[in-house]
Design a binder for this molecule. Sequence first.
Ligand SMILES: Nc1nc2c(ncn2[C@@H]2O[C@H](COP(=O)(O)OP(=O)(O)OP(=O)(O)O)[C@@H](O)[C@H]2O)c(=O)[nH]1
Ligand SMILES: [Mg+2]
Length: 339
Amino acid sequence: MSDLAESDLADRILRSDRRALARAITLVESTRADHREQATVLLEELAGHGRQALRIGLSGTPGVGKSTFIESFGMLLCGQGLKVAVLAVDPSSARTGGSILGDKTRMERLTREPGAFIRPSPSQTHLGGVARRTREAVALCEAAGFDVVLIETVGVGQSETVVAELSDVFVLLLAPAGGDELQGVKRGIMEAADMIVVNKADGDLKATATRTCADYAGALRLLRKRPQDAPGFPKAMTASALEEKGLDTVWAEITALSNWRRDQGHWDARRDAQSRHWFSEEVRQALLAQLSTPEARAAMDVYAAAVASGETSAGAAAKAMLTSLQSHGESLDEGAKPA
Ligand SMILES: Nc1nc2c(ncn2[C@@H]2O[C@H](COP(=O)(O)OP(=O)(O)OP(=O)(O)O)[C@@H](O)[C@H]2O)c(=O)[nH]1
Ligand SMILES: [Mg+2]
């Protein structure tokens, strides 16, 4: 793709062209070096468009009802005239082979909705690449003018931490459960949550869901209050994605929380902190990548052998190794610093 084609792609994304958006996401998902380069150029072109979507992170264990929730919730938002993008974050290892197929049937209505854009997680991704890919896909959706970006992840690994770092509001979806199962939720993910939604509050499960919700509300009150918590937050509530109950309340709470955060300056502060976080993460990853080139590995082996035989101290060898990396890097990055 030439530069011309990239600016064409950028223009089309800014005009909310779905096919251009899908193509651009494919580009950021690719691990091919030339695609990476094109993706970087494209994102640079799109930087500063000034559009902001409300980014909602949604995490929950397999089978809790994420897909069903996104379908119902997405339809609710589309019904209000909002444009909704859905991104899934999971490394393929965390997903069952059939889940994307399952999502197609579970999100049947949303798939047909002109205001919605659904992007299932690509197969063959490893967690290391997930953060960047998702972050860039979110940026592309914002540039394409979506009002809400829903970022879904299965809460089974580190992926929920990634999602929390990518979202403005982080919602944890839980199933009705006996009181002792409450401890199954990792503290870290509870601490990241702005809202807990106990799903499946319908039929036989309704009473259990109400009890579970009260238990979680109690647990949330025990957590340390964060500056970005509006009065009453983090909050627990019940919903039924299947019967489409309580979803308007969930939306009202999300709106109230995000409005409060905007008014109090927490919204910008959080995005600011996230940008800084992802920037340093990007630098860290790039440095690590420098260590895994064949030349660097070979050099590591040589230094390691010297350290093992007692010829050199670990500190001196590390220093020499870093110096050799640095002189390598300098010749590559000449003039790349900002003015
Ligand atoms: N009773 C009831 N069942 C629900 C509700 N939401 C989802 N389910 C059911 O729970 C099962 C799992 O729902 P999914 O939406 O596929 O759950 P998921 O969290 O996306 O699952 P994974 O993609 O496998 O992680 C399905 O059989 C749904 O019909 C609900 O509100 N009430
Ligand atoms: Mg699902």
